[in-house]
Ligand binder design. Structure first.
Ligand code: ADE
Length: 418
């Protein structure tokens, strides 16, 4: 079997951790059980470009149980859990191409390695796989039935491709399902981002000024969890509606020009570039900590920071680089890459359960319907979203009320008023 991983000897540790994650991924487990009987993905080769984590391993096991031939590569050079990659190869028989800390060159060679398998389906997190396929291998595109996309940034890129008529096969925007972004982006990012910042620095959040750039679902999660740990949270935004939401959620909202001088910790979650840049580095306090939890490493302008820095940057702890600007130290975590996956373990399994249940069911849906779909970005069907919410509640032993016949009738009637 063809693969490229850091160390096969880590496989047993990977297996244990994958099994641990599985204990809180009950929705995905129930889908895996059905898939193993019904084989809805029989004979379909799937190229999965995802963060190679314990949770992803359980998704890939589910696809395989459904009959798919699965090939995996990393969707970020720093997010791979090497023990998981080893277990995927050694125990699951899944050709995996992922090494934590791989260079950009190796990262793309790993994407190429899975594309060399001529997949019929793509499963992407950030759209690098689909973008590479369309731009470098146009002849291969017609062989792909369909795909799925995990994250906000990926969906934005796909919609740009659709608008330019560059997209050549249908893709389901898993990110846009309610049972994905309302939970993964908010509670997952909220918890795992702070986990990454704390593991890397051991900083005390209580009493600190923590600046969150961006108040989408991810920013909301980070802000609310940081407040819960006693930080004074400042939000920066460019969108008036989101800024208003942040104000009414009780946060101080300021332009970065003001916040830059006040913050002890800065976390970017905007999806845009240069959110923290030269004009702001200059204003920061000594010891300021900078982290990014947006998909790409573009939110903190590290190139300019390196140019401004006196002398060379140095690693002061694992995952923490110190730069000195105007005699003040600025600490950047994980090179400005996804802090939650680079310096911690990503979102907890219990929330990835819903995200990856969406992936598995979206793959099944798109495999069944690919023939009648156009090369566009599709939403996850509402029935799938509701079913995942129902199943998740069941795994949590939470029961809910049901409408009485009179209530059902009332909701469908327009004649009853005052
Ligand atoms: N994205 C964020 N957290 C993740 C995780 N634990 N596994 C895979 N993708 C993720």
């Amino acid at each position: 079997m063809d693969f490229d991983i850091a160390d096969a000897k880590l496989a047993e540790l990977g297996r244990q951790r994958i099994a641990w994650a599985d204990t809180t991924m009950g929705v995905l487990a129930s889908i895996r059980e059905r898939f193993s009987k019904e084989k809805p993905l029989q004979g379909i080769s799937v190229a999965a470009c995802l963060h190679v984590t314990t949770e992803t391993a359980n998704l890939l096991r589910t696809l395989k149980a459904g009959g798919a031939d699965v090939y995996a590569c990393a969707s970020n050079p720093l997010s791979t859990q090497d023990d998981v990659a080893a277990s995927l190869v050694e125990h699951e028989g899944i050709p995996t191409f992922a090494i934590k800390g791989e260079s950009a060159e190796v990262y793309y060679s790993h994407i190429d390695a899975v594309l060399d398998k001529f997949p019929k389906m793509t499963m992407d997190d950030g759209c690098d796989l689909v973008s590479r396929l369309h731009s470098e291998r146009p002849d291969q595109v017609s062989q792909v039935l369909a795909g799925t996309e995990e994250t906000t940034t990926g969906v934005i890129r796909l919609k740009a491709m659709e608008a330019e008529r560059a997209l050549k096969f249908p893709i389901v925007a898993v990110n846009d399902a309610d049972t994905k972004h309302m939970f993964d982006n908010r509670y997952g990012t909220g918890q795992s981002t702070l986990d990454g910042v704390i593991r890397a620095t051991n900083v005390l959040l209580a009493g600190k000024v923590l600046v969150v750039a961006g108040y989408g679902y991810c920013g909301k999660g980070v802000a609310s969890r940081a407040r819960g740990m006693g930080a004074q949270v400042v939000v920066t935004e460019i969108d008036p509606l989101r800024a208003l939401e942040a104000v009414m959620d009780g946060f101080r909202v300021e332009p970065m020009e003001i916040a830059a001088a006040e913050g002890d910790i800065f976390i970017t979650v905007t999806g845009n570039r240069d959110v923290l840049r030269g004009e702001f580095f200059r204003l920061m306090k000594d010891g300021a900590i900078l982290a990014n939890s947006g998909h790409f490493d573009i939110e903190i302008d590290i190139t300019t920071l390196s140019e401004m820095a006196e002398g060379r940057q140095r690693e002061v702890r694992p995952f923490v680089q110190e730069y000195v600007v105007n005699g003040k130290r600025i600490m950047v975590i994980a090179e400005g890459r996804l802090v939650n996956l680079a310096a911690a373990e990503g979102h907890p399994a219990a929330v990835m359960d819903m995200s990856f249940a969406n992936q598995a069911l979206a793959a099944e849906w798109v495999a069944k319907n690919a023939g009648s779909l156009e090369p566009k970005v599709y939403n996850v069907p509402k029935e799938i979203d509701s079913e995942i919410a129902r199943l998740k509640l069941e795994t949590m032993n939470v029961d809910i009320d049901r409408l009485t016949p009179a209530q059902e009738e009332y909701l469908s009637s327009w004649t009853v008023g005052t």
